[in-house]
Design a protein around this ligand. Structure first.
Ligand SMILES: Nc1ncnc2c1ncn2[C@@H]1O[C@H](COP(=O)(O)OP(=O)(O)O)[C@@H](O)[C@H]1O
Ligand SMILES: [Mg+2]
Length: 460
């Protein structure tokens, strides 16, 4: 089946109808006008004939010609041309048989016999010498034919001019209507085309864009709904990818961690034994300290991995949150001071006790505070605040550190994503997992060069 665009389906039927009407209407009008005019014309000429007949000028053909600008031709009963005011006919046209045929004299005789006593005029249209005439017949005594030829060329001209000008106007109006309906159709279908293009993009897996809304109508509603759907799809796809990554990373981590931790403990023990030996030179001692530091780092990574991989069961207990946070901050106190970081805390007094796993929340909070600290190598202010928001407890950690680039923001919760030389990239992935286990959430806002705000919600 042929495929027509919506634009064609909307525009074409109306356009065809319009073309039909706008051509037919002028033609009918012209025909009606000509028909009406003809009637008037016949009536008028008939009167002339009567007048000339009554006044006796009838057979004075030259005078009749002068008075009414008509031609008179009189034929004998044998169809020969007796007299004529019409000059300039070609030889062929003067041939009497030809003329008798053209004027259909035999036929006229028949008609006039048939309608004896009837006064309705006998007329006929002919062309003679290239000019159209309407012929009015009278049968004279002795069976002669009196033919009055009224020239019709002006009427034919007028009809032609009228027809062409009306058709011209019709064509112009059709073109105008076609243009306007094309524009209307385009306005209607362009947003649909955009939407179709956009759905193709989405089908190709590109979920990052939104379709631009250019109108304020049902198509706009459709576009909004589609954008929302795309966004939801993207979110669930991202979540799925993240979950898959976490699962893979978790499995790998579990096996690595086991394999690494045992040799690592032996290495640490041996290094600690060596460092205590009296015959160790200061250089060797320095090297052993480096080794121990590096072992410590590896151990940290392994711990992170094990946290990540550990099948977690929450140890939920109804308790206040603030003391848990304070215990973490107390641990970090010396470190913060050392880095010249000013700690501002603003704990809401209205927080009630609620259920959470203190160890895990401690771990998450510590990770976030550590990140804040590491983001402020030159010092700064770390603000920790808690407040209640509807059915959640909100925990906010704000730093005045280096900030995070827009490009990095979306990768922060991916395991092993780090911008630090000695980072593991497991901190935030763990924080997110802990919060999700609590049915909570985490959001990070940051401005490069100005600082970062980490907001965590826990249901209470
Ligand atoms: N408060 C912060 N300020 C600036 N960047 C941060 C902050 N928190 C996290 N980041 C960025 O996110 C990355 C991932 O953090 P994280 O998962 O804790 O891993 P790690 O700290 O081991 O790098 C960091 O490397 C850092 O680039
Ligand atoms: Mg970290």
């Amino acid at each position: 089946m042929r495929r027509y665009s919506i634009q064609t389906k909307i525009v074409l039927p109306f356009l065809l109808l319009f073309v039909f009407v706008s051509i037919l209407v002028p033609l009918i009008t012209v025909e009606l006008f000509v028909w009406k005019y003809n009637q008037q014309f016949i009536r008028e000429t008939q009167e002339w004939l009567n007048v000339t007949e009554d006044t006796g000028y009838f057979l004075d053909t030259v005078k009749v010609k002068q008075a009414y600008s008509v031609e008179i031709m009189i034929f004998g009963s044998d169809y020969t041309l007796n007299s004529t005011t019409l000059t300039g006919l070609s030889d062929d046209e003067q041939n009497y048989e030809y003329l008798a045929n053209l004027f259909r004299l035999k036929h006229i005789k028949q008609i006039s016999e048939d309608q004896a006593g009837n006064t309705s005029p006998i007329t006929q249209d002919i062309t003679l010498g290239g000019v159209p005439y309407k012929v009015f017949y009278r049968i004279l005594p002795q069976g002669r034919y009196y033919c009055l030829l009224r020239p019709m060329d002006e009427i034919a001209d007028a009809k032609r001019t009228l027809t062409w000008s009306m058709l011209g106007i019709a064509v112009f109006v059709i073109a105008l209507v076609a243009f306007i309906s094309h524009r209307i159709g385009k306005n209607l279908t362009d947003p649909i085309k955009d939407l179709v293009g956009f759905t193709e993009q989405v089908a190709d897996g590109n979920l990052d864009n939104a379709c631009e809304i250019k109108t304020q109508d049902e198509i706009a509603d459709l576009t909004v709904a589609f954008n929302q759907m795309t966004q939801d799809l993207k979110q669930s796809r991202d979540k799925l990818i993240q979950a898959e990554r976490l699962a893979t990373a978790g499995k790998m981590s579990a096996s690595f961690a086991h394999e690494i931790r045992n040799p690592l403990s032996s290495m640490r023990m041996l290094s600690q034994m060596l460092i205590k030996k009296p015959d160790v030179t200061p250089e060797q001692q320095q090297s052993l300290e480096y080794i121990l530091e590096e072992i410590e780092r590896i151990d940290n990574i392994v711990k992170g991995l094990m946290d990540f991989a550990r099948p977690s069961t929450l140890n939920l207990q109804e308790q206040p949150l603030v003391p848990v946070l304070k215990s973490v901050l107390a641990l970090m106190d010396a470190n913060l001071e050392h880095h010249q970081i000013n700690l501002v805390s603003d704990f809401s007094l209205e927080l009630t006790d609620f259920q959470f796993d203190a160890d895990k929340i401690k771990q998450a909070f510590m990770n976030v505070v550590l990140n804040g600290m590491e983001a402020m190598p030159e010092g700064g202010t770390l603000t920790v605040s808690t407040f209640k928001q509807e059915n959640t407890v909100c925990l906010k950690v704000m730093d005045t550190g280096i900030g995070i680039s827009e490009k990095d923001i979306e990768h922060l919760f991916e395991p092993f994503f780090t911008r630090k030389d000695k980072g593991t990239g497991l901190g935030l992935a763990n924080v997110k997992r802990i919060l999700e286990e609590h049915d909570g959430n985490i959001e990070i806002d940051s401005t490069l060069g100005e600082g970062t705000t980490v907001t965590m919600w826990l249901p209470c």
